[in-house]
Design a protein. Structure first.
Length: 286
């Protein structure tokens, strides 16, 4: 699958401009991490990709065809978990997934439902009503419905919210395996999830794409711009974006990003989180 986004803009009736002239290409197989602050435009972009919204201007093509001409075919090849996905609380997990499989037109619904329940580790909750589930279990039901039918493209908006660390590792592995032969788009605020599994990143802020490339390329761009220092040793801190403060026996140890590190800061190897924060802070300063 190949998706080409060309000069796409989206302005809501309220006048809010959510996206501004986006150009982006997505191809399978790939696991793409979509990063950006709240309000950056990530959810709007995903809604455009699943035809829940139409762009104000620009074009979106799927395998060379305008999305408006192949919307039905795309939805039959799509698994989508929006951030505000609603569940039917009075249905059991199995009943809800059976209902979703019917909406997708799956022929062998029973085996498909059993398979996704097993993949999200909810076998012991298959007969439980959704209203009795914990937040993390409800999130797993949402992931399960997206996986139904082995779709060619999977789009997840904050899929690991509410999951404990062990569950997050399980689903990171699941997403990575799924991306071996399809396109997976993962929007999240959890940098660790992105660093663990994504082979490509798209960073968006204020409706514009700031970066697209590999995690390694983003980290390399922050080389020489990450430093640590003790607060007691610090002089002028203007131009510094402090990303962490840790209490130590010697005092408060700070980690910061900056275009130019001060003399009192010791350069450190950037992490992906450092590189992301450096990119966002540079855009904010412009």
């Amino acid at each position: 699958m190949e998706i080409t986004i060309k000069n796409v803009a989206m302005t809501y009736p309220s006048g809010k401009q959510a996206l501004r002239g986006l150009d982006l290409e997505l191809r399978s197989p790939s696991l793409v991490g979509l990063l950006g602050p709240n309000g950056a435009g990530k959810s709007t972009l995903m809604k455009l990709l699943v035809s829940a919204l139409l762009p104000t201007s620009g074009t979106i093509r799927v395998d060379g065809r305008p999305l408006t001409e192949c919307e039905r075919q795309l939805k039959s090849r799509l698994g989508y978990l929006p951030q505000d996905f609603g569940l039917f609380d009075e249905l059991t997990v199995a009943q809800f997934l059976d209902y979703m499989s019917a909406l997708k037109g799956l022929r062998n619904a029973k085996s498909a439902v059993e398979e996704v329940i097993a993949r999200v580790n909810l076998e012991d909750k298959a007969a439980a009503k959704i209203r009795t589930l914990s937040g993390g279990q409800r999130q797993r039901v949402g992931i399960a419905q997206a996986l139904l039918g082995e779709p060619d493209m999977l789009i997840f908006d904050e899929p690991t919210v509410g999951l404990d660390p062990e569950e997050r590792i399980h689903f990171r592995n699941l997403f990575s395996h799924a991306a071996q032969d399809r396109l997976v788009l993962l929007s999240t605020h959890i940098i660790e999830d992105v660093q663990s599994v994504c082979d490509r990143l798209v960073v968006i802020n204020h409706g514009r794409i700031l970066f697209t490339g590999t995690p390694e390329q983003l980290i390399a761009a922050a080389e020489g711009h990450v430093g640590v220092f003790y607060e007691s040793d610090a002089g002028e801190t203007s131009g510094l974006h402090i990303t962490a403060r840790v209490n130590t026996g010697r005092g408060i140890r700070c980690r910061a990003v900056a275009d130019e590190l001060p003399d009192y800061a010791e350069a450190e190897e950037p992490s992906l989180e450092d590189a992301y924060l450096y990119l966002i802070s540079r855009e904010a300063a412009q």
